[in-house]
Design a protein around this ligand. Structure first.
Ligand SMILES: Nc1ncnc2c1ncn2[C@@H]1O[C@H](COP(=O)(O)OP(=O)(O)OP(=O)(O)O)[C@@H](O)[C@H]1O
Ligand SMILES: [Mg+2]
Length: 430
């Protein structure tokens, strides 16, 4: 393939040869005329393609590159290759940009890009939700015009971005608690990152409540105990009174012991891996243990009836199930007044196998039922305390049944009684 320059020289030499031959064949004037005509044709050809090329370069989109013979064909071909290379590069950069945007959109954190005047250049969808920004409507708006929380305005004005700032009540429904931090970058631009910490705040609040509840629950028996100790030490009591006080002190220490035991059980349930599905729980044995406990607790004050409609056992953890079943049975006994009836039924259903504990006690109002499994939740605090309850029993039941992939169902009518079901799925039947 000849180079462009060589081709030009060849064309020029051919023109000279044609003119020379014409000059020899006819006359010198014809020769000169031929040379002028050839050069004129060449010039027009060059000018026509030059103007076409100018048009092509001026058009906003490099459309199809025209085909041509000779030098111009070569030029167009090279131009075409160049344009194609650029186009491929642009497509690749666009794809990279798109992937980058998609990655930022997929981030669980909000991202807002600000220019040097703190105007919003871009934000992802999460930031839109966190700050109530509409990416189209609010583009190039100052962020402080949209995010007017004083804590944030002060944060941005102070220009000390080493620590994040906490903003509460954010979002359209004030549902977010956010941790927001600014990172300066580039030429005085800023990146605003927001993280939803609502869940962390919630568990922090739960932890604080829990500690407060535990302290409160321990404080009451401790205060009573301290009072009795004082009495026993200060007063000159006879043996009967002394025994009475010691008995009351032992009740209080018993309460504290139960509370600590329940707390340890809950901690174990939360921290340990799920119980194995290979362990068979002997239900006849479990039911007879529960029966003994119920009768011991009732002291003959209730009519207690245990019934087993199936001889099937379940797979799970014996200790955990004993504490869950035991709590339902002890609740039934403790909350049902004297003379009441308590039925404990072990039966197979179409969905699995279940333990049903029903009583003719006071019943539970509908608004309390969803909250029964909260730690320390008691419908009637004084009644529960009277019977030695800590309010952790149903929380333990809920944990145990969840760990066995079962379900807790509560039905109750105030004044008539309650019915608690612990339903285990078919896979748990041994
Ligand atoms: N069978 C029932 N009849 C009426 N109320 C009940 C019954 N079972 C539970 N409750 C109510 O639900 C509350 C929560 O029960 P839960 O077993 O969690 O706590 P508790 O029995 O008070 O204490 P704990 O079980 O830790 O000794 C009880 O305080 C009581 O008000
Ligand atoms: Mg209980």
């Amino acid at each position: 393939m000849l180079s462009l320059r060589t081709r030009l020289i060849v064309i020029f030499i051919i023109t000279l040869i044609i003119s020379w031959v014409m000059g020899l064949a006819f006359s010198a004037v014809t020769g000169w005329m031929s040379a002028v005509i050839c050069l004129a044709i060449l010039l027009v050809h060059q000018l026509w393609h030059a103007s076409k090329l100018t048009q092509l370069l001026l058009s906003p989109s490099y459309g199809e590159v025209p085909g041509a013979l000779g030098i111009w064909g070569e030029i167009y071909y090279r131009l075409h290759k160049l344009v194609k290379g650029w186009r491929d590069q642009v497509v690749e950069v666009e794809q990279q940009h798109q992937r980058f945007i998609e990655a930022i959109q997929a981030s669980p954190n909000g991202v807002v890009m600000l220019n040097e005047d703190d105007q919003i250049e871009w934000c992802n969808a999460i930031a839109g939700k966190h700050f109530g920004i509409n990416p189209r409507r609010d583009a190039m708006q100052r962020i402080t015009h949209i995010l007017r929380k004083p804590a944030f305005v002060q944060y941005i004005v102070r220009q000390n971005y080493r620590e994040p700032v906490k903003l509460t009540g954010m979002g359209d429904f004030e549902q977010f608690s956010l941790e927001v931090q600014i990172f300066p970058y580039g030429d005085k631009q800023k990146l605003v990152l927001s993280q939803d910490i609502s869940q962390i705040e919630k568990s922090d609040a739960m932890r604080r409540d829990f500690v407060a509840n535990v302290s409160h629950e321990l404080k009451t028996p401790l205060t009573v105990l301290a009072g009795f100790l004082e009495t026993v030490r200060e007063l000159d009591l006879n043996q009967d009174d002394r025994d009475k006080y010691l008995e009351m002190m032992s009740v209080q220490t018993g309460r504290m012991k139960t509370l600590v035991e329940d707390l340890l059980t809950l901690a174990k349930l939360e921290g340990n891996p799920e119980p194995p599905v290979s362990q068979v729980v002997n239900m006849p044995n479990m039911l007879s243990r529960l029966k003994l406990d119920a009768e011991g607790l009732s002291q003959g004050q209730h009519q207690i009836n245990f019934q087993s409609q199936t001889d099937k056992n379940i797979l799970g953890d014996d200790m955990e199930l004993y504490s869950a079943f035991g709590n339902l049975v002890s609740n039934a006994v403790r909350y049902t007044p004297e003379g009441g009836k308590i039925d404990i039924l072990w039966q197979e259903t179409k969905d699995g196998i279940q333990l049903c504990v029903s009583d003719t006690g006071p019943g539970i109002a509908a608004e309390h039922i969803p909250r029964l499994t909260e730690r320390f939740y008691r419908v009637d605090r004084s009644r529960s305390r009277e019977t030695g309850g800590t309010g952790l029993g149903m929380a333990i039941v809920k944990h145990v049944i969840n760990r066995h992939h079962g379900e807790l169902k509560i039905e109750s009518t105030v004044g008539l009684g309650s019915r608690f079901y612990l339903l285990f799925p078919k896979q748990r039947i041994a």
